[in-house]
Design a protein around this ligand. Sequence first.
Ligand SMILES: NC(=O)c1ccc[n+]([C@@H]2O[C@H](COP(=O)([O-])OP(=O)(O)OC[C@H]3O[C@@H](n4cnc5c(N)ncnc54)[C@H](OP(=O)(O)O)[C@@H]3O)[C@@H](O)[C@H]2O)c1
Length: 263
Amino acid sequence: MSRKTAVVTGASRGIGLAIARRLLAAGWQVFGLSRSEGPVEEIPWIPCDVSVPESVNQALESACMQAGRLDLLVCNAGMGISGAVEFTSEEDAELQIDVNLMGAVRCARKAASVMRKQGFGKIIFISSLAAIFPLPFQSLYSASKAGMNVFSDALGIELRPFGVQTCTVMLNDVRTDFTDSRKKTETGDGIYGGAIRASVEKMERSERNGMTPERAAEEVYRLAEKKKLPAHRIVGASNQLLGLLYRILPTDLMLSVIRGIYG
Ligand SMILES: NC(=O)c1ccc[n+]([C@@H]2O[C@H](COP(=O)([O-])OP(=O)(O)OC[C@H]3O[C@@H](n4cnc5c(N)ncnc54)[C@H](OP(=O)(O)O)[C@@H]3O)[C@@H](O)[C@H]2O)c1
């Protein structure tokens, strides 16, 4: 029988690369999709820009044709913008939603038709705690990840009769190039009393002290090997505690706590 096959988007560096390496180490066949080639020769790279529908379709078709099966899609490709909403350009706002949310939608749509026909498969979405703890000055990033959570849940219901499962993995701070790659605008910082810069700097300090991408990848690997996927998974004990607080705290109280930290 052929090897289990995974497609990981955004596998050229960071969390996606760690996930691809972990799956590879466990004997999976892995295809990495990204715009630039990753550093690991054993991971076949398929050029793909998730913001271009044709690029996504071609890349997934190529992976499925080569492997003859698709057991796992990890929708990980993503980027971040920051700044006050009123000073965020139309282009940046669209880019954030297009790459993080629509990019995942495009990949999942293509994978869904393959997995439905073969009668099995898993789609794991790399989301963020920002999906449930909305971050000021990263509103569009938070919205992209909240959209991803809901999309995964709804898609999971659609595909369940066909043996296909979905899951969102909500990460908190992970030490990757994501922090330095963030597209930032501090326009209006004076008007907002310095809150834009202070908030994003605080978030960046947390990210630089966050968990390793390998820790996040280990959790994704465990899910990949599980028979039944949970709808949501939060990685890390302290983050799971935050997830519990999210479920029990009244929304207004939760938002005032976030305001105190990042507002
Ligand atoms: N780091 C954190 O603290 C953290 C926390 C929570 C969630 N996350 C999520 O984890 C995921 C991975 O982030 P990371 O920390 O590993 O960031 P990263 O190191 O910056 O890696 C981002 C990956 O996404 C790919 N990518 C970006 N835009 C793309 C596009 N248009 N088409 C195809 N690939 C694209 C990049 O490859 P190319 O540039 O070569 O295309 C790269 O491989 C993201 O979805 C992020 O939101 C990260």
